[in-house]
Design a protein around this ligand. Structure first.
Ligand SMILES: [Zn+2]
Length: 445
C-alpha cells in the first residue's frame, strides 16, 4: 500500500512538473549521471559553473561588482579550481552587513529567508527558483540512495514553532499529501515521547528523519523500555547536528534500519549525504563546491580539519561565493566503495546546536535559532543555562529595539512554565579556541 500510493504520487508529481514547466526531473536525471563522473570531470564541471556564477555576480551584484573591481579580478582569471582562492571568503559577518547588496539587481523571483544557524549569528539571504529546483532534484537522488520513494509514509522528528493544528490549511495539506507526520521535539517529556512512539507504531512510517539528538532520545527510550514498539522503517536520515558514533548505534538498534547521515544548512541546503555504504558523506558536488580552509582562509590538505567553505553553484541571483558557514569538517582522501565520484566529507567536527534541560523538559538549541529568525537587529546571541530554571541570553545588537517581553513569553510557552531569564547586551561574543562560536552553553551538566 505504501509503495502503491508512492508510485501514483510520483506519477502525479512528474505530470505536474511537466504541466508547470518545472525541470526538476531533468536536473535529477542529469545528477544521476554526474554522480558517477571521475574527480577531474567533476572539477571541470564545477569550474564552468563557478565561472558562470562569478561572471553574473560581477555584472549584476553591487557587492561583488565593487569587490571584484577593487581586487581587479575577473571570471577570466579563474582558469582552474586552484584559482578560486583569488576570490575572498564571504564570512557570516559580511553576509549580515551586505545581504541587500549581494542580491543581483536583475533578480527575478527570489525568496527571502533567514537563519540562526548553529553559530548563533543570524543571517538573512535569498534563494531563487533554480536553487529550489536543484534542491528538489538532489532530494530525489538522495531518496534513491536510501531506496525510498517520495510519498512513502514518513515520520519527522523535528522542531516546530507551532503544533500541527496551528498550521495553515496549505501547510496541513502539504503534510497530508506527502504523508509526513510531524513529531515536535522542541519540547518533549517522557509522557509525550511515549505518545509519539505509540502513534508511530500505528502509523508505521517507511522513512524517519530528524535531528540526531531527537532520534537518539527516541531510540534510547525504545532500547530501555519494556514496552515493544512496532516501528521498522526502511531508512532513517539524521541531519542538522553532528551525529556521534554511539548515537548511530543506538538509533540503528532501536529502529533496526540503516541510518543515513545528511549535511545541509539553511543558507545552502543539500551539501552532502551518506550513500548505501555509509563511508562518509558524499558532497553533492554538481551544485556545491566545498573547500576546507584554515583560520586565515588558506586551503588545508584533504584529511585535515578546518573551516567549511561552500560556493552554491545553483543560486545565480544571490551569489554565495566561498561562503564560510561556521561549521568545521574534514574531507576524506579516499574514495567511497560505491564508486561515485562525489568526494567524501569524512566528518563534521564543529556544529553546536545543543540541548538545554529546563525544569525537567528538553529544549533543543535549534528552538533559539528559530526564536531570532527575522530579527535583523540581533547580530549574534548565545544562551547560557546556569541552573535548572535559569538562563542567560547574551545578545550583540545593532540597536536595543528588541521585543524582549515577546522573547520571554515564547520561551515560557515553549517550556510551559516560568523561568528566570536574564538578557545581557554585550559588544561581542568571543569564539571558542577552535574559532567556532557556541550557541548553547549548558553549565548544569
Ligand atoms: Zn558511496
Amino acid at each position: 500500500m505504501n509503495s502503491l500510493y508512492a508510485s501514483i504520487y510520483n506519477c502525479f508529481l512528474r505530470l505536474k512538473a511537466t504541466i508547470v514547466g518545472d525541470n526538476c526531473y531533468r536536473i535529477y536525471s542529469q545528477l544521476d549521471c554526474e554522480q558517477w563522473l571521475n574527480h577531474d570531470e567533476i572539477q571541470a564541471l564545477q569550474l564552468r559553473r563557478f565561472r558562470n556564477i562569478l561572471k553574473n555576480a560581477a555584472v549584476n551584484s553591487p557587492y561583488y561588482r565593487k569587490k571584484l573591481s577593487d581586487l581587479k579580478v575577473s571570471y577570466r582569471d579563474i582558469q582552474s579550481i586552484n584559482d578560486i582562492h583569488q576570490i575572498p571568503l564571504l564570512t557570516r559577518s559580511e553576509l549580515q552587513s551586505h545581504f541587500r547588496e549581494i542580491l543581483c539587481e536583475n533578480a527575478g523571483n527570489v525568496y527571502a529567508d533567514s537563519s540562526g544557524g548553529s553559530t548563533g549569528q543570524p543571517v538573512n539571504f535569498y534563494h531563487d527558483s533554480s536553487y529550489i529546483r536543484y534542491a528538489n532534484a538532489v532530494n530525489l537522488l538522495f531518496y534513491k540512495w536510501m531506496d525510498i520513494e517520495p510519498g512513502m509514509k514518513t515520520a519527522a522528528f523535528w522542531g516546530a514553532d507551532r503544533e500541527f493544528n496551528e498550521l495553515s490549511m496549505n501547510e496541513k495539506f502539504w503534510y497530508m499529501h506527502t504523508r509526513v507526520r510531524l513529531y515536535n521535539f522542541f519540547n518533549v517529556t517522557e509522557a509525550s515521547l511515549l505518545k509519539f512512539l505509540q502513534n508511530m507504531s500505528n502509523y508505521k512510517p517507511a522513512y524517519i528523519y530528524g535531528y540526531a539528538s531527537a532520534l537518539k532520545m527516541a531510540a534510547e527510550y525504545i532500547n530501555n523500555s519494556e514496552l515493544s514498539f512496532n516501528i521498522s522503517p526502511k531508512a532513517i536520515r539524521s541531519s542538522a547536528e553532528i551525529l556521534f558514533k554511539s548515537q548511530r548505534h543506538e538509533i540503528e538498534t532501536a529502529f533496526n534500519a540503516p541510518l543515513f547521515n545528511f549535511y545541509g544548512s539553511r543558507e545552502i541546503n543539500n551539501l552532502g549525504s551518506e550513500c548505501e555504504y555509509h563511508k562518509g558523506m558524499h558532497i553533492f558536488s554538481s551544485g556545491r563546491l566545498m573547500e576546507i580552509v584554515d583560520k586565515k582562509g588558506n586551503p588545508v590538505p584533504d584529511g585535515e580539519n578546518g573551516f567549511i567553505v561552500v560556493t552554491d553553484l545553483t543560486n545565480m541571483n544571490f551569489p554565495f561565493i566561498r561562503y564560510m558557514n561556521g561549521d568545521m569538517g574534514v574531507i576524506d582522501k579516499n574514495q567511497c566503495t560505491c564508486g561515485r565520484g562525489y568526494p567524501l566529507l569524512k566528518e563534521i567536527t564543529g556544529r553546536a546546536a545543543e540541548i538545554l534541560c529546563i525544569n525537567g523538559k528538553y529544549v533543543h538549541g535549534e528552538f533559539f535559532t528559530h526564536l531570532f529568525y527575522g530579527m535583523p537587529e540581533v547580530r549574534q546571541f548565545q544562551v547560557i543555562q546556569e541552573t535548572d530554571n535559569q538562563i542567560r541570553i547574551r545578545i550583540v545588537a545593532i540597536n536595543r529595539d528588541i521585543d524582549i517581553e515577546g522573547i520571554e513569553k515564547k520561551i515560557e510557552t515553549q517550556i510551559n512554565g516560568k523561568i528566570q531569564i536574564q538578557i545581557e547586551y554585550v559588544d561581542n561574543i568571543a569564539p571558542l579556541k577552535s574559532g567556532k562560536y557556541q550557541l548553547i552553553i549548558n553549565n548544569t551538566l
